[in-house]
Design a protein around this ligand. Structure first.
Ligand code: ATP
Ligand code: MG
Length: 567
């Protein structure tokens, strides 16, 4: 392909709209263009790489025994009402009306559609197991679309759904997808960290996320250098330290006046005390019942961990009125002493003595609180968000906080959707059973950009050979010179005969610009044919990953390149 025949608009400067390095580079190298927030056009180079990622995903899914379908993006509202997710998805789901005034949704995911299909088409154990996938456009009205393809309103996902006779078989389907994911990301040149992820109300370690480590990653994770334990921050556990004794004396709680001081920081500063000496008391409503939740003043509550610890299905912060009713005080002064509701405390608070808490009275705090003696804690559990420097729950080594880009997600669903859509089958005894499901997503467009985030330098993208839009760029520096033009087209033809298409930069541009654009575009191999190289009976060949080119005799050039590009 001649560069002048296609459309590769490169940019010298970083576009203002972009923050993440990969987003800047995708725009600068001419792979994508923004239509509006979270909506992007793929230009020719972007399409070529995207198709290669899709091809890898499709090949590996087929290899793992999954079968491909294509479901509608536009879906009737009633299947979402049936699963109860019309409300759960809320404003994230795009809705449209047809001419009859019926509401349809633009699918953010496809559990409902696939389970509805399978409930009709699969009914015997003889048809199992089945893993069904598609590669298709999804729509999500994200609160904050950003970083280009990373968090878009419209994006391409590979979504797969497994249907099995029982949990054991479902475990095998899950494992097959896990292995396929490992191969897919490896073939894309990525080195993912697999983390345990939140499983919603189901518990267990049956959800994994494939993360690409990057400073711009939107997901926080902790990883243990010792044993490799890695988990999404939402779910991550830390080994709680033994409760601290701040004051050994036997003094009893004493009220102190803290006018208008509500936050941990304000009170800690006022009392000249370290923030961890304060016990933060949060009032929540769990399954419609108000509860108090205690955490050390310097930590953050993990609502996910708390939800699991309580085993409830709804959890929300109490409003000011509820807080006043259960604590007799305005918001900001709640404390555990004398409360008549259930009190759940972080495990790190067990044995806390000499602590400071809210006083359940306006403008009042308590000092000298011994939690075991003065407060009726119902249960201690691990409910704070893990952080850098915490102790690993598995091996006592240190946890390190990192940031990651979630490129893939595996999830054991169980029978949640099969029950809703009555997706059952007859077992070999003729007995009706529910199908056990799993679901598996890969953000295809996000993965493409994650490769750029993971693999670039100051000069541009560094594509792995597997998904480069062109394996090589050939810069023809003096296109009007007959010998130059001849050698260039001989090389182009020889490679084309072997199925390798080059991007030939035949533009009437200064050499400097062609070199810069070749680096920016990240093509694995750069070939330069110029009057100067022909004068030396050679062409210049350079790998994107190396600094220095080599000169290869004209007559050996095609064979040399084939050796490089077919490797
Ligand atoms: P996130 O936590 O990043 O919002 P998610 O957990 O909601 O993602 P899933 O429902 O698990 O996403 O979707 C499967 C995959 O689709 C994700 O692992 C991710 O790679 C991709 N994905 C999700 N949302 C987007 C988006 N807005 N833009 C691009 N890719 C996305
Ligand atoms: Mg996810």
């Amino acid at each position: 392909m001649r560069r002048s025949d296609t459309l590769i608009p490169t940019l010298r400067e970083d576009p203002l709209e972009a923050e993440a390095p990969s987003h800047k580079l995708m725009l600068r190298a001419g792979l994508i263009r923004r239509l509006s927030g979270g909506l992007y056009t793929f230009l020719p180079l972007g399409v070529r790489s995207l198709l290669r990622v899709i091809n890898i995903v499709r090949t590996e899914m087929n290899q793992a025994g999954a079968i491909e379908v294509l479901m509608p993006a536009l879906q009737p509202k009633d299947i979402w009402e049936r699963s109860g997710r019309f409300d759960v998805m809320g404003p994230t789901m795009f809705k449209v009306n047809d001419r009859q005034g019926r509401t349809l949704v633009l699918g953010p995911t496809h559990e409902e559609v696939i389970t509805d299909l399978v409930s009709r088409e699969i009914n015997s154990y003889r048809q199992l197991p089945k893993t069904i996938f598609q590669i298709q456009t999804k729509f999500r009205d994200e609160i904050r679309p950003r970083f280009g393809l990373m968090r878009a309103k419209e994006f391409i996902m590979k979504d797969a759904y497994s249907f099995d006779a029982d949990w054991d078989a479902a475990g095998q389907s899950y494992e097959a997808m896990y292995q396929a994911y490992t191969r897919i990301f490896d073939r894309c040149g990525l080195q993912p960290t697999v983390v345990e992820a939140d499983t919603g109300a189901m518990g267990g370690s049956s959800s994994h996320e494939f993360m690409i480590m990057a400073d711009t990653g939107e997901d926080g994770i902790v990883e243990c250098a010792g044993c490799g334990y890695a988990a999404n921050l939402e779910r991550a556990e830390r080994k709680a330290p033994a409760g601290i004794t701040f004051d050994n004396s036997e003094r009893t709680p004493e009220e102190i006046s803290t006018p208008n001081l509500r936050t941990v920081e304000e009170v800690a500063t006022f009392l000249e005390s370290p923030p961890e000496r304060l016990v933060k008391t949060l009032i929540y409503v769990a399954d419609e019942k108000p509860i108090a939740v205690l955490i050390p003043g310097d930590r953050e509550l993990s609502e996910t961990r708390l939800t699991h610890a309580l085993g409830v299905s709804t959890l929300e912060m109490a409003d000011d009125e509820t807080i006043r009713r259960v604590t007799n005080a305005p918001t900001g002064f709640a404390g555990p002493v004398g409360l008549e509701i259930d009190v759940y405390a972080d495990a790190g608070l067990e044995g806390y003595r000499g602590a400071i808490t809210g006083g359940n009275r306006a403008d009042t705090h308590l000092v000298n609180v011994d939690l075991a003696r003065d407060a009726a804690v119902t249960t201690y559990a691990n409910i704070v968000v893990a952080q850098d420097g915490d102790t690993c729950p598995r091996c006592d080594d240190v946890l390190r906080a990192k940031r990651g880009i979630e490129v893939g997600h595996l999830f054991k669903l169980g029978t949640k959707y099969s029950e809703t859509f009555n997706a059952g089958y007859l077992d070999d005894q003729g007995k009706e059973q529910m199908l056990v499901m799993g679901c598996y997503g890969i953000g295809v467009t996000r993965t493409l950009q994650a490769v750029v985030e993971f693999s670039h330098d100051d000069n541009g993208i560094i594509w792995p050979g597997s998904i480069a839009p062109y394996a090589a760029a050939m810069l023809v520096l003096d296109p009007d010179d007959e010998a130059v033009a001849r050698v260039a087209s001989e090389i182009e033809d020889a490679l084309a005969a072997n199925g390798i298409e080059l991007l030939v930069d035949d533009r009437d541009e200064r050499p400097g610009i062609k070199f810069k654009d070749a680096d920016l575009g990240g093509f694995p191999v750069r070939i330069v044919v110029s009057k100067r190289s022909i004068g030396q009976q050679s062409v210049e060949i350079k790998l994107r990953t190396e600094d220095k080119p080599i000169m290869v005799p004209v007559e050996d050039a095609s064979a040399h390149l084939l050796g490089l590009l077919q490797a």
